[in-house]
Design a binder for this molecule. Structure first.
Ligand SMILES: [Zn+2]
Length: 92
């Protein structure tokens, strides 16, 4: 276990199980494969609900893998694309 892993473990502990962007990246394939336990899954989804870049990341990854239709609670690609466009327009 490296220093960075330790640091992240401490951060995770302080956040009481909430996911950050690194955690999402780390667990995204398990999420898409439906292999996350319920508590991690809800932490994952909680982060997704408030983090546009992670929604885009997971959306892209899952549509790449082609299993999006099987996922409960994830935004459909067209809706995701629209929300990203809206977001971009708002920020300009
Ligand atoms: Zn994020």
């Amino acid at each position: 276990m490296g220093v960075n892993d330790l640091f992240r473990a401490i951060k995770r502990f302080l956040r009481k199980g909430e996911f950050d962007c690194d955690d999402v990246a780390e667990h995204s394939s398990d999420y898409i494969d439906n292999e996350l336990k319920a508590d991690k899954r809800s932490a994952f989804q909680a982060h997704l609900s408030k983090c546009g870049p992670c929604q885009a990341f997971v959306g892209t990854l899952s549509s790449t893998i082609g299993s999006l239709g099987k996922l409960p609670g994830i935004i459909a690609p067209s809706a995701l694309k629209q929300s990203l466009l809206d977001r971009m327009h708002r920020e300009n």
